[in-house]
Design a protein around this ligand. Structure first.
Ligand SMILES: NC(=O)CC[C@H](N)C(=O)O
Length: 222
């Protein structure tokens, strides 16, 4: 599952949403990127992006494609993941203003409010300072969520100010990254590069742990 080359294999969940844009951004950021539609494809990737789109539709399709259980299992097992916009909603622990029956994957200890900034006409762009990036990032918000509650293990990477209030719009918790905005819709690969680095780091930590486990098992056999 974990490769040792410098280009990790990163999947983009491809049931609905802006898959092609993420594949392109990941490739620019130095990863090998593949669409993921089947459990067998999910099993081969070192990390996964959940794209922007419509979170309740993606949630429904995940279940129809029988990806729900394998996805939860891989996330619980420490697979790195990055969600943008609808992807952030799906990775959350709680959805506010969700569709009836809409579920989330609980990989981030956050509560996310859907369509928090208003309707489609309220889509906007700002130059956003993001922790870990030297220069502000041109952030594109489209019917975006914001993060209303952040658990204590969650690091806030960015906040945006709208109409006099500040809202959390980028977070990281361990191996899971999420943004309310769409870095895949710009030509700037820095957020994807941050995620590719997280995947590389996770791969080398896991392979060191595997080496130690093998060494322990071998020494027991001696
Ligand atoms: N651009 C987007 O991904 C929009 C997200 C959408 N409003 C949802 O609830 O899923």
């Amino acid at each position: 599952m974990t490769r040792h080359t410098s280009a990790p294999l990163i999947g983009v969940l491809a049931v609905q949403g802006d898959v092609v844009e993420h594949v392109r951004a990941l490739t620019l950021a130095g990863a090998q990127a593949v669409p993921v539609r089947r459990p067998a494809e999910l099993a081969t990737v070192d990390g996964l992006v959940i794209p922007g789109g419509e979170s309740s539709t993606i949630d429904r399709l995940i279940r129809i494609f029988e990806l729900d259980a394998p996805l939860r299992a891989r996330l619980a097992d420490g697979m790195p993941a990055f969600g943008s916009c609808a992807g952030m909603i799906l990775l959350s622990g709680q959805i506010l203003d969700g569709h009836r029956d809409q579920r989330c994957l609980g990989a981030l200890d956050i509560s996310t409010r859907r369509n928090a900034f208003g309707r489609q006409v309220d889509s906007f762009e700002v130059d956003l300072p993001v922790t870990g990036l030297a220069e502000p990032f041109r952030a594109v918000f489209i019917r975006a969520p914001w993060v209303e509650r952040v658990g204590e293990d969650v690091e806030v990477l960015a906040r945006v100010e709208r109409e006099g209030s500040e809202h959390v719009v980028a977070v990281r918790q361990g191996r899971v990254l999420a943004t309310s905005f769409h870095p895949e819709m710009t030509d700037d690969p820095r957020i994807h590069a941050l995620f590719v680095e997280m995947v590389r780091e996770a791969g080398s930590i896991d392979s060191r742990a595997n080496t130690r486990a093998t060494a322990r098992a071998t020494s027991k056999d001696d």
